[in-house]
Ligand binder design. Structure first.
Ligand code: S3P
Length: 443
């Protein structure tokens, strides 16, 4: 993607939104399906894969590392893996684009391969902290040959054949750190343990078990202790990727704030470590009905009927943040249309996402005449039941800031413009046509 050619877009107040929507496949599971497929011996079949730019970068990295990755049809992919520790030295720099998940998980997987690889990304990814991954992978036995200042990309990483299994406490609740350690631990003899003080999304644990690894997860206070037996032969297993709740979040909030709306969302993953937004919206008075809950390939899914609702301000506890870490931009939009104050606590990690989201949300809300404050790590939004709008929002190469403010424009009195729509393609290609198909006015 050309980082310098920005494509602006505006959303304007729209009539009732109506219809059914199936948002694309879950981004977290899509990255992992490709990476675990590449580490298994034999062919993994994936259906419903997200074909966003972030995932295409991970697919390309797996190819560069020696796996065969083929697209057979829409969302239908096959991966022929090389086995744990079997990556070959890539000829070129591995480019992860905008995606920290792809980059950080692959850093873990590279640790146990006796090769050297250089990893890089776009201007947003180059700003993001990677020392949080270098610390554990160096402890396990890999070595950072070079890194930009502050342990940032581009990074050249040398893996090793003799890894040390470790007991690692993640310094912040992060599924990416946890997953990198577990992926490195796959190549270490003996048992690798990760302890997290608060439970983060557990797709890595679920998929490792699905691919035949010996992994145990126990409660540990409010968090978890995960133990993985190293040096397994991962066995290919089919992966059916459910619809991404973090993508569904945007049209769901649109459904709540646009009067007269009713939308049914199908196949949405309901993993409890991902549903903090639904819990919060319900506390705010949202009319969200579960139509059909069912199990599907290791994850529960459901259809949801969402109708426009009068929302009220609530307090979101810090302990809930990991289960909705990507949903705060759009929750801030919902809070702007609520009556009363919404306090979102414990958002420090938002400062190191695709952009400094805490700042980007506050600046975007103010540009649209919403009263907002940042106090320490808390975000406080004063809801007045309606939003003036009329602002132009800087998206800072951040897909979720872009989508959140387009959603705001669908119910604000005046149009809301964003400076750049292009990064939405990293996670939700088809976002704009899907909204238009439901009746939204975007131009
Ligand atoms: C992800 C974990 C989260 C999340 C990201 C995807 C994952 O990041 O923000 O979009 O797939 O593991 P952290 O683990 O850094 O919180």
């Amino acid at each position: 993607m050309n980082e310098y050619a920005k494509s602006p877009l505006a959303a304007r107040r729209s009539g009732p939104l109506k219809g059914r929507a199936r948002v694309p496949g879950d981004k977290s599971i899509s990255h992992r399906a490709l990476i675990f497929g590449a580490l298994a011996v034999g062919e993994t079949r994936i259906s419903g894969l997200l074909e966003g730019e972030d995932i295409l970068h991970t697919a390309q990295a797996m190819r560069a590392l020696g796996a065969r990755v083929e697209r057979k049809g829409e969302g239908e992919w096959r991966v022929r893996g090389v086995g744990v520790g079997g990556f070959r030295e890539p000829r070129e720099t591995l480019d992860f684009g905008n995606s920290a998940t792809g980059c950080r998980l692959v850093m873990g997987a590279l640790a146990g391969c006796p090769i050297t690889a250089t990893l890089d990304g776009d201007a947003s990814l180059r700003k993001r902290p990677m020392q949080r991954i270098l610390d554990p992978v160096e402890l396990i036995g890999a070595r950072a040959v070079s890194a930009a200042e502050g342990g940032r990309l581009p990074i050249t990483l040398a893996g090793a054949r003799d890894l040390m299994p470790v007991v690692y406490r993640t310094p912040v609740p992060s599924a990416q750190i946890k997953s990198a350690v577990l992926l490195a631990g796959l190549a270490a003899p003996g048992e690798t343990t990760v302890i997290e003080a608060e439970a983060s999304r557990d797709h890595t644990e679920r998929l490792l078990a699905h691919f035949g690894a010996d992994i145990t997860v126990d409660a540990d206070g409010a968090g978890r202790r995960i133990r993985l037996k190293g040096e397994p032969e991962l066995v290919p297993a089919p992966v059916k990727v459910p619809a991404d709740p973090s993508s569904a979040a945007f049209p769901m909030v649109a459904a709540l704030i646009v009067p007269g709306t009713e939308i049914v969302f199908t196949d949405v993953m309901t993993n409890p470590l991902r549903t903090g937004l639904i819990t919060t919206l319900r506390e705010m008075g949202a009319d969200i009905e579960v139509l059909d809950r069912r199990g599907d390939g290791g994850e529960e899914i459901a259809d949801f009927r969402v109708r426009s609702s009068a929302l009220r301000g609530v307090e979101v506890p810090a302990a809930r943040a990991p289960s909705m870490i990507d949903e705060f931009p759009v929750l801030a939009v919902a809070a702007s249309f609520a009556q009363g104050t919404t306090v979102m606590r414990g958002l420090n990690e938002l400062r190191v996402k695709e952009s400094d989201r805490l700042a980007a949300i506050a600046v975007g809300l103010r540009a649209n005449a919403v009263e907002v404050a940042i106090e320490g790590d808390d975000l406080i939004v004063e809801g007045r039941g309606q939003v003036a709008g009329g602002g132009k929002v800087a998206t800072h190469m951040d897909h979720r800031i872009a989508m959140a403010f387009l959603v705001m424009g669908l119910a604000a009195h005046n149009p809301v413009a964003i400076d750049d729509v292009s990064f939405i393609a990293t996670s939700f290609p088809g976002f704009v046509p899907m909204l238009r198909g439901l009746g939204a006015e975007l131009a």
